[in-house]
Every structure is written in C-alpha cells, then in structure tokens.
Design a protein around this ligand. Structure first.
Ligand SMILES: Cc1cc2nc3c(=O)[nH]c(=O)nc-3n(C[C@H](O)[C@H](O)[C@H](O)COP(=O)(O)O)c2cc1C
Length: 390
C-alpha cells in the first residue's frame, strides 16, 4: 500500500480529482466524474450546497472537538459511509478492496455495489471493513434473493436498496466515449488506454494476468461469457417494475438493517418508515440520473422534520469539502455518504489515496466545527434562510 503521506501534495478533493484525471483513460474518468444529459444538476448540487451558510458560535472552547457519530446503532469516529459505486474495481486494481481498507482504517462502513468488479466475499476476506450491501433489483427476483444470501453470508448486516434508478440514465458522453460494462474493444478505447500507460499496466494488464477481463462479480457465473450474457441479459437487467412490494419482500427476508437510497419526497420517506425501513438516504445519485432532480439540500430539512427521530436520515451528492458534510448534518442528516471524492482518491493511489481523501475531509470537518464553535456534530447549525432576508 502507498502510505497516505505519499499524497502530501493532495490538499483537497479537487487535487485528487486532477490526479485521477491524469491517471485514468478518459472514458473511465468521465464515467466516474460526470452527470447526465446537460449536467445542470451536477452544478446545481454544488451551488445549492454553497448557498447554505453555517452559524458560528463564538467563544466556545474547541480544544476538543468530537466528530463521533452513531449510525444504525453503531458508534463510529466520523459520520461517514463510503457510497456504493459501480466499477470502482476498474479505477485501481481490486479498487473495491482498496476502498474498503481505507474505510476500515477510518473506522467507517464501506457499501459494496451490486455492480462491483470484486465480489463481496473477497472484499470481506481482504479488508476487515464493516460492509453494507447495495442492491439493484434484477428482473429475476429469485436470483436477487440468492445474491442477498451471499451478501449476508459474507457478513453484510445492512442492505441498501437503491430506489432512484428506475430506468437507465441518459449519459451521452458514455455513448460517445464508448465506455460500458461489458467492456468493448474499439480503436478509440485502445487509443485511450494507450495514452494512459500507468493505468493500463497497473489495472488492465494486471487484471488480464490474474482474473481476466474485469466484469461484474455479483452477476451469475454464466454472465462472464458472451453467450451467457446474451442468454441472461433479461434476467439480470435492472427491473423497471420495482415497487414498495419489493420493499415489503426485502423487509421480510433481510434480517439486518434496511436502508432505501435515493429518496427525495416527504411522502416516500414516510412510506419507507411505514414499511419498517431503518434509514433512508436523501440523494440525487450524485446528479448522475435525473438532470431536473432537486438537490438533497432542498428537501432534506422537510424530510428530516417529517420523519422526526423515527427513522435515520442520511444524505449524499456533492460532498467535496468537510464543510459540505457539516452542511448536510445541519440540515438534519445523521450520516453522509461519499461517492466520487473517495473514488478519485482510490484512482489516484489505491487505499492510501482513498485514505488521504478521508483524512482531508475529516480535517476539514474538524476545522469547520472549530470555527463554528461546535464541540460535537449535533452543535452544527445552519443560518435559517429567513434570517438571511430578515
Ligand atoms: C462512478 C459511480 C458509480 C455509482 N454506482 C452506484 C451504484 O452502483 N449504486 C448506487 O446506489 N449508487 C451508485 N452511485 C451513486 C453513489 O452511491 C452516490 O449516491 C453518489 O456518488 C453521491 O454523490 P457524490 O459522488 O457527489 O458524492 C455511483 C456514483 C458514481 C460516481
């Protein structure tokens, strides 16, 4: 592992993003970095976060500031979870294991994606992290239930159902740059890879030499062959008929905590609660799915208020600074998921790179809290919008 100190020049998430851009083939970098359609929402997420001012209390002793949190009944040193991100295993060799190790080091959970390149069994065996498992529902529900059994057997106690990807998103840059799973050979892709030799050797050649062409590890074994992929394509494509009935089924079958990710309406939050869901993630999927979606910051306060203390509320989408974590907490989130920031980190330098990003975010959060006179997370307060105009 490269030690986090090797990344001393990476002072913020944007530095890690630049380092990732240099290292990754363009098609892959765009896949992790960009939004959808006209990319209005990705900029809007930033602007909406920036518009939230936090209220400093002066003359408070901040010699000891605590960022400790309790998420789903477990104490942890930071209010963070590494978000599920498909294909993290393509940005670094065994990238999901690298991310999970960085999470373990920071004492926070790592959420494994249904579409990860590395299996949850290997991630569990090689990382020591607390694992959550993110579920996309396949058309064949029986195969989905089998996958849940695997996740449980591997030690995941928290299941995260992603509810905001009802249909395939429109990402034109992916069509132009040709990036997708299964990976397809093309002159354009070959040129892109040739221009990024460090990635080509450290990730692609290494994968080819060990486990073969990278693909989704949680998909049935037949999926790895071209014929199998075609035969199975319908069964393991993402179902478009996912409803609260599925939540009911999952609640019956899953013995651990159940989280619904991608909620942006008060009514949906309340319905989740009435289905026995333990937590929701207020998220617009990092602005990757619906370009006219509201930002989580716009709906989080109403949702947190409506839910009261009866269900935990997390948030994500757009965290690039520790202050953004503080902003989500001030709006009512109990915990915050981090998607691209740690992906840039792992792309830049595996576990050490992701660890560096987590260290930077944690230090920024502490500085923000010190400046705010917040000794603990619950002390972080926003400036109420009415006061801005009053
Ligand atoms: C490259 C990439 C892949 C993602 N894949 C998934 C996924 O497989 N399942 C899921 O629920 N969310 C997925 N997400 C969304 C993240 O879990 C998270 O909601 C989002 O990245 C948060 O926004 P941020 O990247 O600005 O932190 C993905 C995000 C990115 C950037």
């Amino acid at each position: 592992m490269i030690a986090p100190s090797a990344f001393a020049r990476i002072l913020n998430v944007e530095d890690a993003r630049h380092a990732a851009r240099r290292r990754l083939p363009r098609g892959l970098f765009e896949y992790i970095d960009r939004g959808c359609e006209d990319e209005v929402s990705i900029l809007a997420n930033r602007r909406r976060l920036d518009a939230i001012a936090l209220s400093p209390a002066v003359l408070v002793d901040v010699a000891r500031v605590s960022t400790e949190a309790e998420l789903l009944g477990k104490p942890q040193p930071l209010p963070l979870v590494i978000a599920p991100t498909a294909v993290a295993g393509l940005v670094w060799h065994d990238g999901e294991i690298a991310l999970a190790r960085a999470a373990a080091r920071a004492g926070i959970p790592f959420c494994v994606s249904t579409q990860s390149i590395t299996s949850i069994e290997r991630i569990a065996a090689e990382s020591g992290a607390e694992l959550w498992f993110q579920l996309y529902i396949w058309k064949d529900r029986q195969r989905m239930l089998n996958l849940l059994d695997r996740a449980w057997a591997a030690g995941a106690e928290t299941l995260v159902l992603t509810a905001d990807t009802a249909v395939g998103p429109n990402r034109e840059y992916n069509l132009r740059n040709g990036f997708g799973i299964p990976l397809k050979a093309s002159w354009r892709a070959a040129l892109d890879v040739a221009r990024h030799p460090r990635w080509a050797v450290a990730v692609m050649l290494r994968a080819l030499a060990t486990s073969g062409v990278p693909t989704y590890a949680h998909y049935p074994a037949e999926f790895r062959t071209r014929l199998g992929r075609e035969a199975l394509s319908d069964e393991v494509s993402l179902a478009k008929d996912v409803t609260w009935e599925d939540v009911r089924l999952l609640r019956q079958r899953w013995r651990g905590k159940l989280v619904v990710k991608g909620v942006l309406r008060v009514e949906d939050a309340l319905t989740a609660r009435s289905h026995g869901v333990d937590a929701i993630v207020v998220s617009n999927h990092g602005a990757r799915n619906l370009d006219c979606a509201p930002g989580p910051t716009e709906v989080l306060p109403q949702i947190a208020e409506a839910v009261g203390g009866r269900m935990e509320v997390f948030a994500d989408s757009g965290v690039r600074r520790g202050a953004d974590i503080a902003r989500f907490l001030a709006l009512g989130a109990r915990g915050v998921m981090i998607g691209r920031a740690t992906l840039y980190g792992v792309a830049m330098g595996g576990t050490g790179g992701a660890g560096r990003v987590l260290d930077v975010l944690s230090a920024e959060l502490r500085t923000t809290m010190g400046m705010l006179g917040a000794q603990k997370l619950a002390d972080i307060r926003r400036v109420e919008p009415s006061h801005l105009h009053g």
